[in-house]
Design a protein around this ligand. Sequence first.
Ligand SMILES: *Cc1c(COP(=O)(O)O)cnc(C)c1O
Length: 361
Amino acid sequence: MISRTWVEIDLSALRHNLTVIKERLKGKKLLAVVKADAYGHGLEGLVPVLDQYIDFWGVASLDEALKIKNDKPIVILSPILQPEVTPVVENDFIPTVSSIEIVRALSKEAQKLHKVVNIFVEVDTGMRRTGVPAENAIEFINDVEDIPNVKIMSIFTHLATASLPEGGPKVLQQVRDFRNLLKRLRNSYMVHVANSAGWLRFPETYEEFDLVRIGILIYGLSPFDHSPTIPIRPILEWKTRIVDIRWVDKGMGVSYDHMFVAPCRMKLATLSVGYGDGYPRSLSNRGYVMIHGKRAPIVGRVCMDLTIVDVTNIPDVKIGDEVTLVGHGITMEEVAKLADTVNYEVATRISTRVPRIYLEK
Ligand SMILES: *Cc1c(COP(=O)(O)O)cnc(C)c1O
């Protein structure tokens, strides 16, 4: 039995989400974004299920690509560096490029190995993070077309403001700039724009394109600060157990720095989870957990391995009892809001020391 803290992944909820997404894709290809260990959900256990629904894997790095044991094409979405060129070509990964030096290095390596390396070209239409600036894109793509053993499989751009309620005009401007650029190309390519938020809100980001790149929705989480607009459900529950129970009297300080001082006699339970597990320290004195279906507020500082909650009003609480940190009664979005961040960050920060358990519920 794992008693400290663990994550339960519901594979039937994952199947449900993928079915809901596929039904609404209108035949577009699906690139499943599984970077950061499937947004903290633990990629390994998800691969066999995802494999039945998707067309491409999307990861952030060579290391992440090497961890996927599967035949479907693997796209590295962030730039690769020179020392990564050889293993990328050897393993037939699909790098995203925005530098001609990297394309030349890929070409050299591909010629050496008698291979053709497929690449994705990112065009920057407004994210200003990676990608070839739109004004240089035509020249860049034409140059790449002349480089041997390198084949442009796809051209894409990434949206900057699709999650923002007032982000619509900028999204549509990015789409327009991208389409204008595509019109000026000699060849046609697999082209795409949409991430989860873009796909849910703006048909313009996918209807005339070939593929969507979906991450957060696969895991049943929302790309917005409100619920998603399709009937997906979270696949993750994060749990721990009570390892200590004690009473404190009015005026007693609790946990580091005595950030909390008991306003009255109180019953406290200590949980076997802390920021060393990725549980946000910013929940100190503000978050809550669920015990026996009731809310237990966090009191004092979240420590590295332990967190203390108020259970004065929850009857029959015992050492060893199960506690829900994220799941029934408290969503990832609620935890994120209390921790002053987004669900993406809470999920991806769940530490590797927390085992992931895969269930068919
Ligand atoms: C992370 C990422 C996505 C997925 O974003 P979601 O909001 O999780 O859907 C799509 N495209 C690129 C380039 C990304 O880096």
